[in-house]
Write a protein that binds this ligand. Structure first.
Ligand code: ATP
Ligand code: MG
Ligand code: MG
Ligand code: MG
Length: 436
């Protein structure tokens, strides 16, 4: 993208309405704009971030055998009356009437819809297990939408739903999903710590929330540093082997980790002091096994091995895709701006032309830009160098390729790594090899 022609409205001043750093930086870097309370438009660079996050989420869901679908945002109230949640859900649900006075709602989540779709299609235990997911906009009429996309009213969520014949099989599914989540967050360049979550009136112990440490997080978190040190990408777990899943699950759930709601001071005191990590956290994911709650209330069965009807065991698994854009910035920024992890950055690098109009500089920039016009943002504006550097730091591209007249004559550029501030002069070829 050429900066001179792009829709990338950066702001020099901090917008007064933004209370936290990620919200300020998302507005200042031209990623989003608010169009109504808690509702945002994603501008070109912001949309690229959203797509990059979605793609990693998608790859990790596919990897454990979940299948992508796309359910609508609008749902019929009748579905929710069948499960009994229509009245129970409360004012967070946006209720809509169509011209025939039929009741609809903008989905805050999709358990009812997926259970109904599943019930229409799957009749036999032989077709189990099934795992389905989609990445779709949700609406929750939050009392206090705030912090930009971190607590929006309309927000993008990946939600997955699983159906298993029995409890043991459902537990294996839950563990596979736990692993997929750990891998997803690690690939996104953030550490999200899984913490036992309250399962509410349904009970059981199978619910975990994933939290990213950030001072503005809404939950207090307490965890053992051991949970930060695991590398889930380098240690692949054989998800088909129940024993391996068991070992993996113990490894994740043995070290202490809890939000303030579930905190147990006696267990906390038993964690060696040098390993105690305490702070605030942002919930970026939540996985839940809830058994037959919806299959029973909506009366969805499959015929079991003995021919008698069985209520499948279900789980649901959410990731806050749009919230993650903010949460990643909360976890990765400095005074100058965003520091995008490589995997989610809207552009791999910005090409900073220090002397637009100079034949050598222009030619070199064009040459670099044309190797991959998707991956590069080409700052071809005639602004001062200082302003260009400030915008480059603000937008947080992992690399800055600086092209000036002196070094360009020798076929060289200055390469800056945003995360470390490290700079070095290299040939164009070496720069391309490092960046792409
Ligand atoms: P919270 O505790 O923050 O209100 P939740 O527990 O109500 O979230 P879930 O129903 O578990 O949310 O939804 C799954 C994921 O969707 C959450 O982990 C979070 O990442 C994301 N999410 C929930 N509400 C919002 C929101 N208002 N804006 C952005 N993302 C959200
Ligand atoms: Mg909520
Ligand atoms: Mg929550
Ligand atoms: Mg939750």
């Amino acid at each position: 993208m050429r900066l001179s022609r792009s829709f990338l409205p950066t702001l020099k001043e901090n917008p007064a309405e933004a209370q936290i750093v990620s919200h300020r930086l998302m507005l200042r870097a031209g990623l989003i704009r608010q169009t109504a309370s808690g509702i945002y438009a994603w501008l070109p660079a912001g949309l690229k971030v959203l797509r990059n996050i979605s793609q990693i989420v998608r790859e990790e869901q596919d990897r454990i055998g979940a299948q992508e679908v796309l359910m609508p945002t609008l749902q019929s109230a009748d579905l929710w009356k069948r499960s009994g949640r229509y009245d129970a859900y409360g004012p967070e649900m946006l209720r809509i009437q169509d011209r025939h006075k039929r009741e609809l709602l903008y989905g805050p989540t999709n358990e009812e819809m997926i259970t109904d779709l599943f019930g229409q299609a799957v009749k036999s235990y032989k077709d189990l297990p099934q795992m389905l997911y989609h990445i779709q906009w949700k609406f929750r009429d939050e009392v206090r939408p705030r912090f930009g996309v971190m607590r929006g009213r309309e927000f993008l969520m990946k939600d997955a739903y699983s159906f298993d014949l029995d409890y043991d099989s459902a537990v294996a599914t839950y563990r596979r999903m736990l692993l997929a989540y750990l891998r997803t967050f690690q690939r996104l360049g953030v550490r999200a710590v899984p913490m036992r979550a309250d399962t509410g009136p349904i009970g059981g112990e199978l619910s975990h929330e994933f939290l990213i440490l950030a001072p503005t997080g809404e939950s207090g978190v307490f965890y053992d540093a051991a949970l930060e040190e695991q590398d889930w990408l380098d240690e692949p777990v054989n998800v088909e082997d129940p024993k391996a899943l068991d070992v993996f699950y113990k490894r994740v759930t043995t070290p202490y980790a809890a939000t303030d709601e579930m905190h147990d001071t006696a267990a906390w005191d038993a964690v060696p002091e040098d390993r105690r990590r305490e702070g605030r956290g942002v919930e970026v994911g939540h996985i839940f096994h809830f058994g037959t709650k919806y299959t029973q209330s909506m009366d969805v069965t499959v015929s079991g091995p003995e021919g008698t009807p069985v209520y499948p065991e279900m789980g649901s698994y959410g990731i806050g895709v749009s919230r993650l854009a903010g949460a990643i910035i909360e976890a990765s920024h400095d005074d100058a701006g965003i520091i995008w992890p490589d995997a989610v950055a809207p552009f791999r690098a910005v090409i900073v032309n220090l002397k637009v109009g100079d034949e050598t500089c222009d030619a070199m920039c064009e040459q670099i830009y044309n190797t991959n016009t998707e991956a590069f943002l080409y700052d071809d504006r005639t602004d001062r160098a200082g302003a260009k550097f400030a915008d480059a730091d603000l937008m947080g591209h992992p690399w800055q390729i600086v092209v000036g007249p002196r070094s360009a004559k020798e076929g060289r550029v200055e390469l800056k790594r945003r995360a470390t501030g490290e700079r070095k002069e290299v040939s164009v070829e070496d720069a391309l090899a490092l960046v792409l």
